[in-house]
Each structure stands twice: as C-alpha cells, then as structure tokens.
Ligand binder design. Structure first.
Ligand code: ATP
Length: 220
C-alpha cells in the first residue's frame, strides 16, 4: 500500500496554493490519498476568523470529486488544541503498517521546533516540506541538523519506511495565502480564481470574511 498524505491546516479559507500542492505531492510521491485535516483550535496562532463549520464546508467543497482527496475532521471533533502529534498518533494506531507523510509548507516547517512534541512527530510520520514562495530551507540550527540526518531525496524511502524521513519537494509556486484572501474579501475584493468557485460561493454566502465579492452577482 502506498503512503498516506496528511495535510493539516487552518484552511481559513482553503485556496489553490493548498490544493495544487496536495495534488502535485500526491502524484509525485505516489501517495494513495491526501487527508485534509482542518484544525479545530490551532495551538500556534490566533483563532481562525471563519468558524469550524464553515472552514470544514469549504474544505469539503474544494476537494469534492478529486479522487484521493479525503476530508478528515477528527481535529475539529477533538476537545482542546489541535496538536499534530495527537493526530498522527491516532492515525498510526489505525494504520500500523502504512507509511504516513505529514505535508507542511516551508513556512510551517521552519516553526516545527515550536510544535508540541515535535521530535515524536518524526517517529510517527515522514515530514514532506512543500517549497513555498519566499522561504528558504534552513541550513543551520536544529532543523538544519535534522535535514542532514533525516533528509532524503529518494521517493522510495518514503514507501519503504513508515516514518522518520524529511523530504523537501518543490511545488508550483502559487503565492496565495489565506491571510491575503481574507484581507481581499474584507476590502470588498473578489477572490475569484484564487480558489474553486464552490469555496468562493461559501465565502460570499456566509459573509465569513466580511462583505467582499461581486455586489451585482450577490444581489441577483
Ligand atoms: P494564513 O495566511 O492564514 O497563515 P495559509 O495560507 O498559510 O494561511 P494554512 O491553512 O495556515 O494556510 O496552511 C496550511 C498548510 O499549507 C501549511 O503547511 C502552509 O505552509 C501550506 N500552504 C499554505 N499556502 C501555501 C501555498 N501557497 N503554497 C504551498 N503551501 C502552502
């Protein structure tokens, strides 16, 4: 069985930067699936702007119809902060023999040493780092050392071992961030083409980031 990709995020909202990254990694690394895991209470940042129900609906709408894209809402159902280590621990118990690949953008990878029990994460999964515009891989400090010790460029390593590798992969650079989308909508801009239309529809219908969008269309 091929590895399972695990893609956690606030997804406030999900956009093409997330979707294209997940798709390219699923294909290049021969993942059997990518599990999108919207977090309930993010431990390392401020509270999301859109509520959990709306963020989950956007992730569902964005991934619908794409074979291999699975939405897993376990972090939203769990009480307390959404620690990745707890999620991976659960998945490891469910899939004792499968390789697990935790997907993170380079910005998220750089903050890994601040994550709860971050060293345990590598005992439970590989970490796949998607190269993100404007961010460079660390070449010193704990992460630089980790890349030297655990880094691999062999996709087969991710299939042969269940966990423990760091794999940095360049993906098509789409300079989209949820923060920029939220600001755009709050300033009454239209997020069209930054995300699937079904996600844009939810943003406009719920008004979760303020008024935004195309007034004419909203009034019809
Ligand atoms: P925000 O602007 O609110 O911080 P974000 O756009 O970074 O949000 P998150 O939901 O926080 O989105 O990100 C989830 C994961 O997706 C993180 O690992 C992040 O690094 C990665 N990611 C986000 N945007 C991109 C992008 N444009 N290209 C590649 N990876 C991305």
């Amino acid at each position: 069985m091929n590895p399972i990709g695990v893609f956690g995020g606030t997804f406030d909202p999900i956009h093409y930067g997330h979707l294209r990254t997940a798709f390219e990694l699923m294909q290049s690394l021969r993942l059997s699936e990518v599990r999108f895991m919207p977090c309930g209470t993010p431990p390392h940042r401020g509270q999301p702007v859109a509520d959990a129900k709306t963020r989950l609906a956007m992730v569902r709408a964005a991934t619908e119809g794409q074979p291999g894209f699975i939405v897993d809402d376990r972090e939203m159902r769990r009480e307390g902060p959404s620690y990745s280590v707890d999620t991976l621990f659960d998945l490891r118990a469910e899939y004792p023999h499968r390789s697990l690949c935790l997907i993170v953008g380079m910005d998220a990878f750089l903050s890994l040493p601040k994550w709860y029990q971050w060293r345990e994460i590598l005992q439970l999964a590989h970490v796949i780092v998607a190269h993100r515009p404007g961010w460079r891989a660390p070449d010193h400090g704990p992460l630089g050392e980790l890349i030297v010790d655990r880094g691999t460029t062999r996709i087969d390593d991710l299939h042969e071992a269940r966990a423990g590798g760091i794999f940095i992969h360049a993906v098509t650079q789409l300079e989209i961030s949820s923060t920029a989308v939220r600001s755009l909508v709050a300033a009454q801009g239209d997020p069209r083409f930054l995300m699937p239309d079904a996600v844009r529809d939810i943003i406009l219908e719920t008004g979760c980031y303020g008024r935004g969008g195309n007034e004419e269309e909203k009034n019809t």
